[in-house]
Design a protein around this ligand. Structure first.
Ligand SMILES: Cc1cc2nc3c(=O)[nH]c(=O)nc-3n(C[C@H](O)[C@H](O)[C@H](O)COP(=O)(O)OP(=O)(O)OC[C@H]3O[C@@H](n4cnc5c(N)ncnc54)[C@H](O)[C@@H]3O)c2cc1C
Length: 475
């Protein structure tokens, strides 16, 4: 008899969801995490801290009110690092309390220490007190997530040259910030600090960024962040980074230099699989430390060992990790569950927000699907006027053949909440007609769906069954 039915390594969203699901199934489950508090990157250095920071920045800077009261309007003058950290600590404490309570309530055992496999059904956990414990399990879930990528040419020092895990520990808010890497994390932090009136330069080696987002939306977004003061340097490869005492000097391959008080290096993450003892169970990773799994069951090549969350790569989101962890636990514990729906949303919590679900216009074209587009601008909605929104748009892509909505892309206030309407319609195979037939709360930003739906509908052929037969009169 093994000590546990399921041993989970890592307490981020994937590990957390798997543990709670196992507890609900009344199975013996253990979660091991090397950190002294449970929650993973998501709670301690990633999702929750960055989103709390965003909320604090928008509130203290008075960002949302500036279209009414002017660009110099502030709720609080002289915002300091301590102002940002105060709310952060309160939120994180609360998150960890809720998580630990959930584990207790569901009889999930926890252990703090670094885990590594010592055999197909055994791990060794090195605890902080320099003790080691050997524990056996029937099944395992690797939910170890990722660590920051720290190449040798970057002189990280924890003060002025930081990675994304260290960034929120900054002692002072810099007057200027260079962000290397225009992926989701880089773009989020660059735009948040720009909203705090920090002079931000965003550097990206490629000529484009956030390529999975619709081009029309990206040009709207790029226009807005530039207008907000972000100096965007695309097609600029970093050649050298020097910490010159008072500032960081970044040399680019086009001969230009960027100087800033602080630099955030946000160019990628690696699967946290080092020293996990994978050789003891016969598993290998790719060059970025990631594991390959069957995407329906989350089994690795060794059937009793599962992997979920960022350690299996794309899409590397807390939201998808939660779902994957739960499905993996059900499969490992021989419990039937529903298959995952095909469409999930992407949320980018930049300023302004972006959120998408389904296909972009470029994808529709690549697949050769004939389509119509419907667009709504937030400033066309009454809610938008009330909120003083000058920007923001919703774009809807509709198949001409089936009338089904195949993609929605939103940039602007509330995008990450609004997108779930699109997600429901897409996964329930709904058509553009839904948005024409249904009444929406008024005034809301959600009304943008109705406007975009009507925009597409009015340009599409009217189905025979909707036409009023000739000669038939109204009442
Ligand atoms: C700055 C930032 C912002 C983000 N914003 C969002 C967002 O807005 N929305 C979103 O959906 N996603 C966001 N993400 C991504 C999200 O944080 C990750 O997708 C998510 O945390 C992955 O969860 P996970 O379960 O794979 O593990 P993680 O959260 O990465 O946790 C893994 C845990 O495993 C532990 N561990 C690792 N190795 C071992 C070992 N050998 N023994 C014991 N324990 C070990 C680690 O200590 C860690 O606690 C963001 C990420 C970052 C960095």
């Amino acid at each position: 008899m093994a000590d546990y039915d399921l041993i989970i390594i890592g307490s981020g969203p994937a590990g957390r969801a798997a543990a709670i699901q196992s507890g609900k199934l009344r199975r013996k489950v253990l979660v091991v995490d090397r950190k002294d508090r449970m929650g993973g990157v998501s709670v301690h250095t990633g999702t929750i801290p960055s989103k709390t920071l965003r909320e604090t920045v928008l509130n203290l800077s008075g960002w949302r009110e500036r279209s009414f009261y002017g660009r110099s309007y502030r709720v609080k003058e002289d915002i300091g690092a301590d102002d940002l950290k105060a709310r952060l600590h309160m939120t994180l404490e609360h998150e960890v309390d809720v998580l630990e309570h959930q584990f207790n309530r569901n009889h999930v055992d926890t252990l703090h220490g670094f885990a590594r496999f010592t055999g197909p059904n055994e791990i060794e956990v090195a605890t902080e007190a320099d003790e080691t414990r050997r524990i056996t399990g029937d099944k395992f879930l690797i939910a170890t997530g990722t660590r920051t990528y720290r190449p040798d040419y970057v002189p990280f020092n924890g003060r002025t040259v930081l990675d994304s895990d260290e960034f929120l520990d900054m002692a002072e808010i810099p007057r200027s910030l260079a962000v290397v890497g225009a992926g989701v994390i880089g773009v989020e932090y660059a735009t948040m600090f720009s909203a705090l009136d920090v002079r931000v330069t965003l550097i990206e080696p490629r000529d484009t960024f956030l390529d999975f987002i619709d081009t029309a939306l990206m040009s709207d977004f790029t226009h807005q962040i530039k207008e907000n003061g972000v100096d965007l340097r695309l097609g600029s490869k970093v050649e050298k980074i020097e910490d010159n005492g008072g500032h960081v000097e970044i040399s680019l391959d086009n001969g230009r230099h960027v100087r800033a008080e602080m630099m955030l290096f946000a160019a990628g993450r690696m699967g946290a699989t080092e020293k996990l003892g994978l050789e003891a169970v016969g598993l290998e990773t790719d060059h970025r430390g990631r594991l390959t799994v069957d995407r329906k069951s989350y089994q690795t090549g060794v059937p009793h060992i599962y992997a979920a969350g960022d350690v299996i790569g794309h899409p590397s989101l807390a939201s998808t990790s939660l779902q994957q962890g739960r499905v993996a636990a059900c499969h490992a514990l021989d419990t039937p569950t529903l298959p995952e729906s095909p469409w999930f949303p992407y949320g980018i919590y930049s300023v302004p927000e972006i959120s998408t679900c389904g296909m972009s216009e470029e994808e529709m074209q690549e697949r050769g699907i004939p389509y119509e587009v419907g667009v709504a601008r937030f400033r066309e909605t009454s809610r938008g006027h009330i909120m003083g929104l000058e920007h923001g748009m919703l774009k809807m892509l509709v198949s001409l053949k089936t009338r089904r909505v195949l993609g929605v892309q939103i940039v602007g206030e509330g995008a990450t909440e609004l997108i779930h309407i699109a997600q429901a319609v897409l996964n329930l195979k709904g058509t553009v007609d839904y948005f024409v037939q249904n009444t929406f709360n008024y005034p809301t930003l959600a009304e943008a769906y109705r406007i975009a739906g009507l925009d597409a509908f009015n340009r599409m052929p009217i189905p025979e069954e909707y036409k009023v037969p000739k000669g038939k009169k109204g009442l």
